[in-house]
Design a protein around this ligand. Structure first.
Ligand code: MN
Length: 331
């Protein structure tokens, strides 16, 4: 589903509302945080009050973004909730449970803005553009549609969403639209060098030590086309890694010559295993994740496994990834 045009009813609702609650998904990434903070600025320039509320903490790399200090974090609602708000805007949440706050946000009229395949289209207003390179690019289009000029800090927050969601303009979603949005945001004052410093030159020591532990579990399968690696609770304890430190580490196994698809299996406190999947080009990992209750994009997807034991789960994933590779070979 591609919706280039922003629904008029959505614009009307933003114009007529006074206070908006903004949220995104658990374990927020750059697109989640940058879109929230960017949209908060856009709505502020429209004279609206906003409160960003995320269940999970903001990863350190995004703390320099404008307004990050005002994000309400945790399962408890912010002051005045729900009566002080006219609507909840959910960014980047293909299903309601992705926000981790579904028991609360459903008390408000919900506005659903997203670019994921398979969005449930919940809410009173839905704007889904699966071709948008990042939700941040949709927020920028929203600002333009509302005839609002954004400032340099807002442009930087939205530019960051493009950099993180396209893997630094390297993934298949690094489309003409991604570059055009980036160019426009740089013209508005976004600072690429600053964003690169935050994202790529501010790695906590624990994250690099965690990478070394993850790489020690690396296995290649099917003539080196499939890679698997583990991130265990022990590794997190040993390295002192914090939530968010593992973000992006899956890119290292994916960078190996010949590797077409990667699974990173991460032990959770609950005993479940969170699986992150990556692939190149036409090879889809989205259907692997979707078949197991998760979702994502063609080249980046994930799900949480409830039942399988580690070695069985890994073997099952290798078989599923082999099938995805074969499907492309046949096409
Ligand atoms: Mn995104």
């Amino acid at each position: 589903m591609s919706a280039k045009k922003i629904p008029d009813s959505l614009l009307d609702r933003l114009r007529s509302g006074k206070r908006f609650l903004l949220t995104s998904h658990v374990n927020p990434d750059g697109d989640a945080i940058g879109s929230e903070l960017g949209l908060a600025q856009v709505l502020a320039s429209l004279g609206k009050e906003t409160q960003v509320w995320n269940r999970d903490e903001t990863p350190a790399a995004y703390l320099p973004l404008i307004g990050s200090g005002n994000i309400h974090v945790g399962p408890e609602p912010p002051e005045g909730f729900p009566h002080a708000f006219d609507a909840a805007i959910l960014l980047e949440c293909p299903s309601l449970d992705r926000c981790g706050l579904e028991e609360h946000v459903t008390q408000l009229p919900m506005i659903n803005i997203d670019h994921h395949l398979g969005n449930d289209a919940y809410g009173v207003e839905t704007w889904i553009d699966t071709e948008a390179p990042a939700v941040g690019a949709m927020v920028y289009r929203l600002a333009n549609a509302l005839n609002l000029k954004i400032d340099a800090d807002t442009a930087t927050a939205l530019y960051l969403t493009l950099v993180t969601d396209t893997g630094g303009f390297r993934f298949s979603n690094a489309t003409a639209e991604a570059f055009e949005s980036a160019a426009a945001l740089v013209r508005e004052g976004a600072r690429p060098e600053q964003v690169s410093h935050w994202l790529y030159e501010s790695t906590p020591e624990a994250a690099i030590r965690l990478l070394s532990e993850i790489i020690s579990t690396l296995e290649l399968h099917r003539n080196g086309t499939i890679a698997t690696a583990w991130l265990t609770l022990d590794m997190v304890r040993r390295t002192g890694a914090r939530p968010g430190d593992a973000e992006g580490l899956i890119d290292y196994p994916r960078s190996i010559a010949g590797v077409e698809t990667v699974a990173l299996l991460k032990e959770l406190d609950s005993g479940k295993v969170k699986v992150s999947l990556r692939s190149r080009g036409e090879v889809s990992v989205e259907r692997i994740a979707r078949a197991r209750g998760g979702g994502g994009h063609r080249n980046a997807a994930g799900f949480t496994s409830e039942t399988s034991t580690g070695s069985e789960l890994q073997a099952e994933l290798v078989a599923a990834m082999a099938e995805s590779l074969d499907a492309v070979a046949v096409d």
